[in-house]
Design a binder for this molecule. Structure first.
Ligand code: ZN
Length: 209
């Protein structure tokens, strides 16, 4: 399966000049929500991810995703694995379980994101599961930005926040270069960077009176 082609055809792999949430600039941006806009894409990708996890004999009875980004991918992975799906959400800066979600003592869980960058939210979610008495057997993501090393991959560096003793499963690495704003070659040729993640759709704004 050509993951990059699937992302490109869904307009989920943007090319241009972007301001990332880290403050760095890049010529590429992954808009994973766009690839999940098509439920058939989501199903196909999640089934492939579930196959990798099963082949590695990872055991779990539950998938937990950090909201908001991971919820759709987590739900679909849980469906492909035939297990429960829950999500954690942030309240006052801290990941918690709400809505009656619980984790049984000793229950095995997979933490799932749509995309893993440095894995901060995934690791916070893993700590939450552990604090509830559960055990995290794997991290999973449709795409990996290459800061963390996935099973079978070669990328990864010291900025990865995931526990190295827990395997990360992802379908592909999208390890494109990022630049600090003072060293960005695109600033000279592409004007100001845009921030696609938080950019609202281009609807006409009502004029102020
Ligand atoms: Zn730039």
């Amino acid at each position: 399966m050509n993951i990059e082609a699937i992302y490109e055809s869904a307009d989920a792999l943007l090319k241009g000049h972007f301001l990332l949430s880290s403050g760095n600039h890049s010529g590429f941006y992954l808009q994973s929500a766009k690839v999940l806009e098509n439920p058939k894409n989501c199903e196909k990708l999640s089934k492939a991810l579930a196959d990798m996890i099963r082949a590695a004999k990872i055991e779990a009875s539950l998938v937990c995703a950090p909201a908001l980004g991971g919820v759709i991918a987590g739900y679909e992975l849980a469906r492909a694995l035939g297990v429960r799906s829950i999500f954690a959400e942030r309240e006052n800066g801290e990941m918690i379980l709400r809505r009656g979600f619980t984790v049984a003592k000793g229950e095995r869980a997979i933490i799932c994101e749509d995309i893993v960058t440095t894995g901060g939210s995934a690791m916070e979610t893993a700590k939450l599961i552990k604090a509830q008495g559960g055990e995290v057997t794997a991290f999973a993501a449709l795409a990996n930005r290459g800061f963390c090393r996935r099973e079978g991959g070669t990328n990864g560096d010291s900025s990865c926040k995931l526990n190295k003793n827990i395997p990360l499963f992802a379908l592909a690495d999208f390890a494109f270069p990022v630049y600090s704003p003072d060293r960005c070659p695109l600033c000279a040729t592409h004007g100001k960077p845009t921030k696609p993640g938080s950019r609202p759709p281009s609807v006409p704004q009502p004029k102020a009176q």
